[in-house]
Design a protein. Sequence first.
Length: 131
Amino acid sequence: MIILWSHIVYLVISIVVTVVVGQTLYRNGRVFLVDAFLGNESLADSVNRLLLAGYYLLNVGFVSSALRLGARPHTVESAVEIVSAKLGLVLIVLGTIHLCNVYAFSRFRRAGMRNQALPYGTGESDYTVRA
């Protein structure tokens, strides 16, 4: 019975944290994306929704697959330890994904600003992205 309850607690906490963090990033990330896409609000909103969907799929998949990781608890103490370790891993993955997204979009923004600063007639396309 301890195994069942530890799984339930792990799943509920992990999914609640995933949803709360996802909604926070979705709401507060819009401004960053609008800036990264040089004021193109419709593109920023579209990318923001796609990122949220991908974020949920990736994290719920990870949470589900990590359910079987670790030892099986036999006492309440071991159940708390195992659930804590799994939740810690979920939080590390969430943070890593967030940092990777911020890094990628800051690179997009820099590349877009460089393209915008090019004078006309240089032979460069407006869609060329240079790293």
